[in-house]
Ligand binder design. Structure first.
Ligand code: KIV
Length: 289
């Protein structure tokens, strides 16, 4: 563990690996802003992903493809400024690591050094093992992401469960093993059959975190807006919705509008007063008598 300036112990890759070894389940959630970072850290989450899902749930893009490094960096900085204990993962957006190893290491370095994330994540398996190895060798802990990889969903026939045939399942396992061999300390398993996720979790020494990977992964991750009912466009099958925060916030803003229109806000408790004997003088001075 490292220690935050305020004395709180920060979770490092080694602590997460120890949790796997101790059989302690790991909780992970996305966050994209300073207040969201504070909320999930205060709740005691183990890992925060500043995911490129940002593009859809915060920036209004149709998918994650348009998200840029500048956007990821800005949001990663906001979250890391808020977080004391949780391990923060910065997410490399589409085309920020796909061109060359040099490009991948440079952009991983930006999220790690300027964004102050504790590790970085990118999508892809065996084909990306050399990139994983180069980033790890540069001294940056790597979190993999295999199974359904949203940035390249168009080449997978859309957002579909992966690893369903024997060959496809073996390819997902090979992806996981390749990332482990290349130095990754953890891997997200997205939208694969739970039986396959269990085998991968048992075979790997590194941490597995599932999103649509069933209950046998070492940890579970959900998107902040999905679990809080704040993203209305669609809700994947693997999401458990814990509240309807979109509707709750609409109701609270409606209450404010009604208070303003009904003149019940602001009340005396929200207003400032001048000394009573100055009011007459003020009116005279401003010519409003
Ligand atoms: O960007 C993201 O939020 C993710 C999760 C779906 C794991 O990659």
């Amino acid at each position: 563990m490292s220690v935050h300036p305020e004395g709180v112990k920060k979770l490092l890759a080694s602590d997460l690996l120890k949790m796997k070894n101790d059989g302690k389940k790991i909780s992970m959630i996305t966050a994209y802003s300073y207040p969201q970072g504070m909320i999930v850290d205060e709740a005691g989450i183990d890992i925060i992903l500043v995911g490129d899902s940002l593009g859809m749930v915060e920036l209004g893009y149709i998918d994650t493809v348009p998200v840029t490094m500048d956007e990821m960096l800005s949001h990663t900085k906001a979250v890391t400024r808020a977080v004391k204990r949780a391990h923060v993962v910065g997410d490399l957006p589409f085309m920020s690591y796909n061109i060359s190893t040099e490009q991948a290491v440079t952009n991983a370095g930006i999220l790690y050094q300027q964004g102050r994330s504790d590790s970085i994540k990118f999508e892809g398996g065996q084909d990306f093992a050399p990139i994983c190895s180069a980033i790890t060798k540069a001294g940056i802990p790597v979190f993999g992401h295999i199974g359904l990889t949203p940035q390249t969903a168009a080449t997978m026939g859309g957002f579909k469960v992966q690893g369903k045939s024997l060959d496809a399942a073996k390819a997902v396992l090979d992806d996981a093993l390749a990332l482990q061999d290349a130095g990754a300390f953890a891997v997200i398993l997205e939208a694969i059959p739970q039986q396959l996720a269990q085998i991968i979790t048992e075979k790997l020494d590194i941490v597995t975190v599932g999103i649509g990977g069933g209950p046998h992964c070492d940890g579970q991750v959900l998107v902040f807006h999905d679990m809080l009912g704040m993203f209305k466009r669609f809700t994947p099958k693997f999401v458990k919705v814990y509240g309807q925060m979109f509707d709750t916030q609409v109701e609270l803003v409606k209450e404010f509008i009604s208070d303003v229109e009904g003149e019940s806000f602001p009340g005396p408790e929200h207003s400032f007063n001048m000394k009573a004997d100055m009011v007459g003088e003020l009116k005279k001075a401003l010519g409003v008598e």
